[in-house]
Design a protein around this ligand. Structure first.
Ligand code: MLT
Length: 210
């Protein structure tokens, strides 16, 4: 199967050297979803918001799943490559090929962002993962990340993500050289104001912009 383009929204910053936030929605969402959140966490970055190419009963997703919480890992690997090539193309067309890329993903979007971290540890300059799940059960790990910061927030009462998988995932990320900031929040799978505030502080800490 060939790579397909993804639907997207690109909003350019007035600061040409700003990083690009790549926004990745949750199941059933689209490229509009995370734009308000992105504007709450930064006023200065370029925004590239994508819509997943997979359709599950009318709900856009970034990759197929076999059932709730069980991923089609072959499709996930393919979609990760498809998305990476697409991001590179859009950035090149807009003369942003040297910009730092920071993924911001929620749920299904966080999972393809995580797959990108594990497959291409130095493609992203950083990632914000809201309610992530371990993308590959036995990830094929190659090179280590070179000080790539990762924001990771999970809900302590989230029934979609088994706590022991979160522990394993955090260990794998750290083992692979990612600089992980982990927040276990008193909530479920939903995003909270707390997530947004903490992500904003994290972004200002690792990617300050004047
Ligand atoms: C997934 O990627 O399947 C999720 O983490 C759960 C969901 O999106 O519903």
């Amino acid at each position: 199967m060939d790579f397909q383009p993804l639907k997207y929204i690109l909003e350019l910053s007035k600061k040409p050297n700003a990083p690009v936030l790549v926004l990745l929605h949750g199941t059933g969402g689209d490229e509009q979803d995370l734009i308000p959140l992105a504007k709450d966490i930064t006023k200065d970055f370029h925004l590239l918001s994508l819509r997943g190419n997979v359709n599950e009963g009318g709900m856009p997703r970034f990759f197929r799943r076999i059932r709730m919480g069980v991923f089609d890992e072959k499709d996930l690997a393919f979609r990760t490559d498809e998305m990476k090539v697409f991001i590179e193309k859009v950035l090149q067309e807009n003369h942003l090929e040297n910009a730092k890329i920071i993924a911001v993903g929620y749920s299904n979007g966080a999972n393809i962002a995580g797959a990108t971290l594990l497959k291409y540890p130095n493609f992203l300059a950083g990632a914000i993962l809201f309610r992530p799940m371990l993308p590959f059960q036995a990830p094929e790990l190659s090179e280590k990340a070179q000080q790539v910061p990762v924001f990771f927030s999970n809900g302590k009462n989230d029934p979609t993500v088994p706590p022991k998988d979160t522990t394993t995932y955090l260990e794998i990320l750290k083992e692979q050289g990612f600089e992980v900031e982990h927040h276990a929040l008193p909530t479920s799978h939903n995003l909270t104001y707390n997530d947004v505030e903490l992500a904003k502080i994290w972004l200002e800490k690792y990617f300050p912009i004047n």
